[in-house]
Design a protein around this ligand. Structure first.
Ligand SMILES: Cc1cc2nc3c(=O)[nH]c(=O)nc-3n(C[C@H](O)[C@H](O)[C@H](O)COP(=O)(O)OP(=O)(O)OC[C@H]3O[C@@H](n4cnc5c(N)ncnc54)[C@H](O)[C@@H]3O)c2cc1C
Length: 289
């Protein structure tokens, strides 16, 4: 049973920041509630006040300007999956969003809630890292912008401090000629692995590449050293490199045994699926819809 909670429904970011500052530790930000209500019900989190941020217009907005897609924190997975803007600007994100859980969770859950909660078994993080995404965080003192790579800290941990509100996510377009792919491995609803790749090919070789892996370990990670090694290689050589880089992948991804798969299995499949995703991106098959 949920204990009774006070619900505060600010209509502006300033009001929300003020409420969060006033109530301090007693307050929790309430977006879709897909995770929050479960945590409260199971006693894993305590709160007296819920600050409902779904009505904040800025957090519900989606726009694209100068090659940068901006998504408000309260835009749902369902809206992202179906957005023509997202499909055009970041097709792999739309593809990843379409695979989140089930239609109930996609209707309820928001991108901001997903990133703020930072459950290791999540879809959007890896794709957003390939796009070099950044987030804007607000609090009573003002706003700050930070790369998503720095925003994710560890399993269920981000740089968000009490009083901080994730406002929006900034997603730059991929460089001209780069195509992307997102591949997902799953036994249950949540992904066991999420593999995101951006690749630009030239004369059958990799000219530029971005690789990110989610779900294997505590947080989604870019594989920048491996990206450097793949530049200039043919696809078949790139596959061989990816398959033999287990030590690097283990060190960067820190895979863990859990209900969704063993660490060795995740590591092996990461090598295989990075090769598959690279091939898919190289062939320009990134738009699944
Ligand atoms: C059964 C189930 C299956 C799922 N499967 C998947 C899956 O396959 N792939 C996947 O990626 N995800 C999956 N999820 C996670 C789902 O995507 C998240 O639950 C959802 O995105 C969280 O968003 P929310 O709006 O519901 O957040 P809430 O539950 O409202 O909040 C989650 C946490 O983030 C905080 N928070 C929320 N919004 C903000 C904000 N703007 N600023 C700061 N802090 C904030 C809250 O205080 C809370 O601590 C699953 C969840 C469930 C329950």
């Amino acid at each position: 049973m949920l204990q009774s909670l006070q619900l505060v429904q600010p209509t502006t970011v300033d009001e929300a920041s003020e409420a969060l500052a006033d109530f301090g530790e007693k307050a929790k930000i309430y977006a879709g509630g897909a995770e929050l209500l479960l945590m409260l019900r199971h006693g894993l989190l305590q709160a007296e006040v819920l600050v409902d941020v779904k009505k904040l217009e800025r957090l519900r907005r989606m726009s694209a300007d100068d090659g940068v897609l901006r998504i408000g924190a309260c835009v749902t997975h369902h809206a992202l999956e179906n957005s023509a803007l997202v499909r055009e600007h970041a097709p792999s994100l739309a593809h990843a969003e379409a695979q989140v859980a089930n239609v109930r969770v996609r209707n309820q859950g928001t991108l901001g809630g997903n990133l703020a909660f930072n459950d290791p078994h999540s879809d959007p993080g890896a794709v957003l890292l390939v796009h070099n995404a950044a987030v804007t965080i607000g609090n009573e003192a003002g706003e700050r912008r930070i790369a998503l790579d720095e925003f994710f800290v560890d399993m269920y941990a981000t740089v968000l401090e009490p009083g901080d509100l994730l406002l929006d996510v900034e997603i730059p377009a991929l460089p001209a000629g780069m195509k992307s792919a997102y591949l997902r491995l799953h036994r249950y609803q949540r992904p066991t692995l999420g593999i995101a790749v951006g690749a630009k090919m030239s004369n059958g070789a990799v000219e530029e590449v971005r690789l990110a892996v989610g779900c294997a370990g505590p947080r989604a990670k870019r594989l920048t050293e491996l990206e450097t090694k793949l530049r200039g290689t043919k696809l078949s050589d790139a596959r061989r490199i990816l398959a033999r880089e287990k030590n690097y992948l283990r060190q960067i991804l820190r895979p863990v045994d859990d209900l969704l798969g063993g660490a060795d299995y995740k590591l092996y499949m990461t090598g295989v699926m990075l090769g598959d995703a690279l091939e898919e991106a190289a062939q320009g098959n990134s738009a699944p819809h």
